[in-house]
Design a protein around this ligand. Sequence first.
Ligand code: CS2
Ligand code: MG
Length: 403
Amino acid sequence: MPKITRARVIVTCPGRNFVTLKIECDDGTTGVGDATLNGRELAVASYLSEHVIPCLIGRDAHRIEDVWQYLYKGAYWRRGPVTMTAIAAVDMALWDIKGKLAGLPVYQLLGGASREGVMVYGHANGATIDDTIAAAKDYQAQGYKAIRLQCGVPGMASTYGVSKDRYFYEPADADLPTENVWSTSKYLRVVPELFRTAREALGWDVHLLHDIHHRLTPIEAGRLGRDLEPYRPFWLEDATPAENQEAFRLIRQHTTAPLAVGEVFSSIWDAKDLIQNQLIDYIRATVVHAGGITHLRRIAALADLYQVRTGCHGATDLSPVAMAAALHFDLSVPNFGIQEYMRHTDETDAVFPHAYSFADGMMHPGDAPGLGVDIDEDRAARHEYSRAFLPVNRLEDGTLWSW
Ligand code: CS2
Ligand code: MG
C-alpha cells in the first residue's frame, strides 16, 4: 500500500494568493490538492498544517473515503468553509495519487467520460453595456458557447464583476476590505437593458448568464427574473443569500428564469432543501470548497434525482489544481450542466503546469495519470504571500449589505 510519509502546504502569490497541499508517499508518488479560500488563505493553511497533516502520516493513500470520514467526523466541529476546503485539498491529492498509481486520468476512476468535452462559460464585463457587449463578442469569436455578462451601473462607482482589466477580474483587491457602495434600484434598471442589447448583438445561439452575487431580496430577484425571461438567460446566479434555502421558493413563484447557487456552499447540507424541493436548476458547489471530489459526487448524485445539474464555480481564485480536478469530475458526472472558466494569468499557469485544454468553447482534463496538474515549487517560491481581502458592500445610506 502507498503509505503517506509527508505532506506540505505551499502558499504562493503569482498575482493572487493560492494555497496548495502536496502529499508524498513512501514509493515517491505525490499528489496535489487546492486549498485556496479567497481572503482566508492562511486559515486553511494553518488548519492543514496543525490539524490535518499530523493525522495523515502513515496512512494508506488509497483509502480516500476512510480519510475523508476521519477528517470530517473526526473534526467534531463539522462543516464550514475552512474545514471543508482543507478536507477538499486532501481529497484531491489522494485522487491524484490513486490515478497516478493506476496509470489512469482521474475521470476514468470516476466511471469514465460521459461526454466528449466540458462546456465552459467565460466572463464578459465592461463599465458600460456597449463595453460588455464588445467583450462578449470577443468571447464569441474565441468559440465560447456560453458567456456571463456583468456591466457597470450608472451612478455607482463600482459593481460586482466589472474589472479594471478587460479579462482578469480579481475581487480580493486590498490589504484591508475595500468598501463598495450598492443601489438595488439603479442595478435593476440596467440588467434588463443589458440582456436586451446582448440578444440583439449576439443572437440566440449563445448561452447568456448573469451573477447577481447575493444582492437582491427574494421578491426583487423574482422581479428581475421575470424582466429577463424574454431574453432566455441560461441562469441567474446567487439571486439572494442562500442561508435560508426556503427563500428560493418565493423567487420560483414569480419567474421561470433558471436559478444557480452554491459557490459559497461547503457541504451537501447547504444545498439539500434547495435540491429536494427543486428550488434551483444548477448547483455551483466546487471541488475545492465543498469537500473535494468525494463529497461533490455526493452532492451531484442527490441533485441528479431532482434534475438539478452541476455548474461548478471556477473563478481565478480557484487554482489550476481545482480547475483540473473539476474537469475530471465534469467529464464524468451524468448531470453535468456547465463549468465556469475564468482563465488564469500566464504567471499563474507557469506555477501550475497542467494537461487541461480549451478549444471551441469546451474543455478537457487531458489523459495524464491522476489530475494532470502539478505545482512548480521553484516558481511558487518566487511569489510571496500578500494578504488580500474581498470587498465589503454598503447601501447608499451606509447599511452593510452582501458583497
Ligand atoms: C464569482 C466569483 O465567479 C463567480 O461566480 O461569484 O468571482 C466570486 O466573487 C469569487 O470567487 C470570490 O472569491
Ligand atoms: Mg458567483
